[in-house]
Design a protein around this ligand. Structure first.
Ligand code: 4AD
Ligand code: MG
Length: 429
């Protein structure tokens, strides 16, 4: 008898197969039982008829509990009404481990309870679907960047300096060498990579110690940074919109059943197609003021502002050319002294998903800005070196995997898009 995964049942119609999985629900009338089984690849129902199975099998059915692990063998049959649904007419049921009373029930649970049970909550269909979409986002990113000629270039997690601002750092003692910090983004190291490899990207965990308690902030999250030699700010934005469009297309292609479980409006995702909308920072502030925001020119956009400006559109929006003072030291300025950068804002309330910019390439200009910001020049010497040996125009960007996944899934809070979220008030499980 062949052992199969639930997703492949369709290829074994009328054949006897063996499944291994978990019983996530069941009911019994006393003479017939329906076991809802999940195996990580899909969901199915095993029908057990008392008169048609051995006494031992029926005993197993009678002591069944939710989340018990099981082995079921039976004949694959098409659902009488649904063409693409396949069930098992069970011949034998064996409990591998009889689960204790499962703490997550059918009734509504609060988010704190569920997050405390995160190690179990991940089994629920919605949570598993989110992880499958996240997986597609990751794979599609690797695929697309490989097609575009990128080399994966792993940046370090332990660093001697800050990349995005010193107030957001997790700090530790590093042997005899003083303080070390958990990285906020691999960008600066990628900038070294382009001189060897042209186009590079990294993809890994980054850390932010900012005390933000919003639905868009985690203290540990995954970032994909990309950096490209000989790319202008404009070239970089084109790459960003093409990458995001490709990801959305692949999610629709590969995760339709997950999107259904998540009740995601797929029509909205179909609109994620390059070219995206564009607006300058100054235009954005003006528009926000018209819409009733109290934002002043020169101020950073808050989460509320991001939501407000996206209210009337379901297309992603680049907000570009920001006041240099509120952006990072490494950004190049345009002819008006504005930072040549952009934030990509997702529609439907998912906020900023990408930050990117063209980088300053001139040694003296960069050094002066770093001194003004009182950055530790010793630790940045290697970074400045890059402007001494064949400096070239280059640009790059970074996306937050959790925000991007949340957007694809239509999930409101980023804490559900990472297996084990780290927030300022949570580090377990
Ligand atoms: O805009 P950020 O801070 O940009 C950088 O770190 C650049 N060095 C990237 C680069 O140019 N290579 O962060 C990039 C993205 C944000 O747009 C957002 O999607 C996500 O990372 N992000 C967070 N996601 C979850 N929790 C947080 N606390 C986040 N902070 C940023
Ligand atoms: Mg940003």
């Amino acid at each position: 008898m062949e052992q199969v995964y639930i997703k492949d049942l369709k290829d074994h119609k009328e054949k006897e197969v063996l499944l291994q999985g978990w019983v996530y629900n069941f009911r019994s009338s006393g003479s017939i039982a329906f076991l809802q089984v999940r195996d990580g690849s899909g969901f199915t129902q095993a029908v057990v008829v008392k008169d048609e199975v051995s006494e031992d099998t029926w005993k197993e059915v009678e002591r069944m509990t939710i989340e018990s692990s099981v082995e079921v063998s039976g004949v694959v049959s098409q659902h009488p009404k649904k063409e693409d649904v396949f069930e098992l007419q069970a011949n034998e049921v064996k409990i591998l481990q009889l689960a204790e009373e499962y703490p997550i029930g059918k009734k509504e649970h609060g988010p704190d309870f569920l997050l405390n049970q995160r190690h179990l909550w991940l089994r629920s269909p919605k949570q598993a679907s989110i992880q499958k979409v996240r997986n597609t986002v990751i794979n599609a990113t690797y695929e697309y960047l490989a097609q575009e000629g990128f080399t994966k270039f792993d940046s370090p997690i332990l660093t001697p300096t800050s990349c995005e601002g010193t107030t957001e750092l997790f700090e530790m003692e590093y042997f005899d060498l003083g303080k070390a910090y958990l990285t906020q983004s691999g960008q600066l190291y990628l900038e070294a990579g382009i001189f060897a490899l042209g186009k590079v990207f990294d993809f890994g965990p980054v850390f932010r110690a900012e005390k933000s308690k919003t639905r868009r902030h985690l203290t540990e999250f995954w970032m994909m940074d990309a950096e490209m030699a000989f790319y202008s700010h404009e070239d970089s934005m084109k790459l960003q919109e093409n990458l995001i469009s490709y990801i959305a297309e692949k999610v629709i292609e590969r995760n339709l059943s997950d999107l259904e479980i998540l009740e995601r409006d797929v029509e909205k995702l179909k609109k994620v197609k390059a070219p995206f909308d564009r607006m300058t920072y100054h235009e954005a502030v003006k528009k926000l003021q018209e819409l009733g925001s109290d934002i002043k020119d020169g101020e950073d956009l808050g989460g509320d502002d991001e939501d407000l400006i996206m209210k009337e559109t379901d297309k992603p929006l680049f907000i570009e050319r920001w006041p240099a003072e509120i952006k990072a030291f490494y950004m190049r300025k345009d002819e008006n002294g504005l930072a040549l950068c952009s934030d990509l804002i997702a529609p439907e309330g998912h906020g900023e998903v990408i930050g990117g910019s063209e980088r300053e390439t001139d040694y003296e200009t960069l050094k002066k800005r770093m001194e003004e910001e009182k950055l530790p020049m010793d630790a940045f010497e290697w970074y400045l070196d890059l402007r001494k040996y064949g400096s070239v125009q280059h640009s790059g960007f970074g996306y937050g995997l959790e925000r991007l996944t949340g957007w694809m899934c239509g999930i409101h809070h980023v804490r559900e898009t990472i297996p084990f979220p780290r927030m300022i008030n949570r580090i377990t499980p």
